[in-house]
Every structure is written in C-alpha cells, then in structure tokens.
Write a protein that binds this ligand. Structure first.
Ligand code: PGA
Length: 264
C-alpha cells in the first residue's frame, strides 16, 4: 500500500436523521479521542469519509469543524451547476455544506434509478471540474458474474466514464470502488482474491486510459457486505487501498472497530 492513506467510506444510504447523525459523530469522536493510537493514526494514515443524506451534511460539518478526523461526502449530485432539477443536489451546495466527496455510479443509482454510463460520466466529469472528488462505483450483477462477464462489465463501466473524463484533461487521485452488486447488502461478501483480481483489473483499465501515474495514484476500494470482522482480509491484499462500507457503517461501535482494524 506504500505511503497511500487507507480510504474508509461509510455510505449511510437513506438512513439517519440529523439527531441520530450527530449522536453517531459524538460517539465516534469520543471513541477516537479515547484511543491514543486512533487519535494519532487517523490523521496520518487514513481518509475516513461518511456519506450521510444530503440534509444532514451541514449539521455534521459544523460538528466536524472542531474535529477534522472524518470527512463528508454527498451520495448523489446533478451534473448541472444549478437550475430546474427538483430534488437534485448541486455540487456547489454540497461543497458549501461540507462535502469533499461524491458517490457516483453506485449500484443503487444504476439499478433502482436507471442511471446509465452516460449520466454517470456527466456527473463524474462535473465533479472533477468543480472541485468535488468523485468516488466512482462499479461492479457486476450476480447474473453477469455467472455468465462469465465480470471482467467485461467492469472494464466497460470504468472505461466509459474515464474516457469521457479524460477529455476534460484532469485526472488525479481517483477513487474507484469495486462493489459487486450481488455482495451489496446481502452478507455475501466477495472473497479477498476475487476482490483483488477485480481491483487490479480496474487499475489496469485505468493505466490503459489515463496512464501509469494516474493508475498508480488512484485509490481502489472494495465494497459489499464489509464489516469489522472481514475488513482486514481485503486491506491485506495488494492493490486494495480501502473499503466502502454500507450497513456496518451505521453503527458507531462497528464503525470504530472498522477504523481500528483497518489501521493494523
Ligand atoms: P453494504 O453496502 O456494506 O451494506 O453491503 C455497501 C454499499 O452499498 O456501498
């Protein structure tokens, strides 16, 4: 993993109101402050990012100003700067509310809300152009895997978005999460070697499109039923730089355990 920081994302999806979000932060910050090791290691070696519902970003940001141990991300943005797009989050408003990152192409956006590679590409490009770091999520469905199409699907998802983004010229410190759809929210996590193979395929695709430096600097994450008891098996693999955690990131005790186990 070299000197790269470990990236731990907590995707809260459509869970937690403002009160519960602040209680979570209170518990996690107390937990970190009570542990000398975590207190030192997190700022030096980890990028921890929580993706709450957009309405909770600002109150969380206000709390975190005092404790910059955890960063914030928005779960979804629109590619246009502003306008008549009822229900969407603009990048500018997300930045102002304290988000530094945005999830783009999460499987729930692809499969429940019908986002295409083209839409995902626009969002990704717009993030890069406006100072919000996109976390691009890719991954095959169960039936794509059983038909032997995993590699083609992943290479296509990464390729279509990045080739587009390259026209914009900027491509640095990318974050890409490999999240097999069949592993999300199912308790059926990928094996460490399957995750390693797909993460290395992502890095190869990146290298082909964006060159070796971009590929080397990118953070490639695994996500899909990660919890404190399996987090380390992925981080021990070469080429897996972090984790994107859904369900297990909602519980402050479990989230603290994931932070701790990821740093060893
Ligand atoms: P999960 O979700 O950890 O609950 O499987 C991961 C994700 O959707 O990012």
């Amino acid at each position: 993993m070299g000197n790269r920081k470990i990236f731990i994302g907590g995707n809260w999806k459509m869970n937690k109101g403002a009160g519960e979000s602040l209680q979570f932060l209170d518990r996690v910050i107390k937990g970190i402050k009570a542990d000398k090791y975590l207190m030192e290691a997190i700022p030096q070696r980890m990028t921890a990012v929580i993706f709450p519902q957009a309405a909770n970003l600002f109150p969380m940001y206000e709390t975190l100003k005092e404790y910059p141990l955890i960063s914030l991300g928005v779960q979804n943005i629109h590619w246009e700067n502003s306008g008549a797009f009822t229900g969407e989050n603009s990048i500018a408003a997300s930045l102002e509310s304290g988000a530094g990152f945005a999830l783009v192409g999460h499987s729930e956006r692809r499969h429940i809300f019908g986002e295409t590679d083209e839409v995902i590409g626009r969002k990704f490009r717009s993030c890069l152009g406006n100072g919000l770091k996109p976390v691009l999520c890719v991954g095959e469905t169960g039936s794509e895997r059983s038909r032997g199409n995993t590699e083609t699907v992943i290479a296509h998802q990464v390729g279509s978005v990045l080739t587009d983004a390259l026209e914009n010229g900027k491509i640095n410190e990318l974050v890409i999460a490999y999240e097999p759809v069949w592993a999300i929210g199912t308790g059926n996590n990928a094996t460490a070697s399957d995750a390693r193979e797909c993460c290395s395929l992502i890095r190869e695709t990146l290298c082909r499109i964006a060159g070796p430096e971009s590929a080397e600097n990118a953070y490639i994450l695994y996500g899909g039923s990660v919890k404190s008891s399996n987090a380390r098996i992925y981080l021990q693999e070469d080429g897996i730089d972090g984790l994107l955690v859904g369900g297990a990131s909602l519980d402050p005790e479990e989230f603290l355990k994931i932070l701790l186990t990821s740093l060893f």
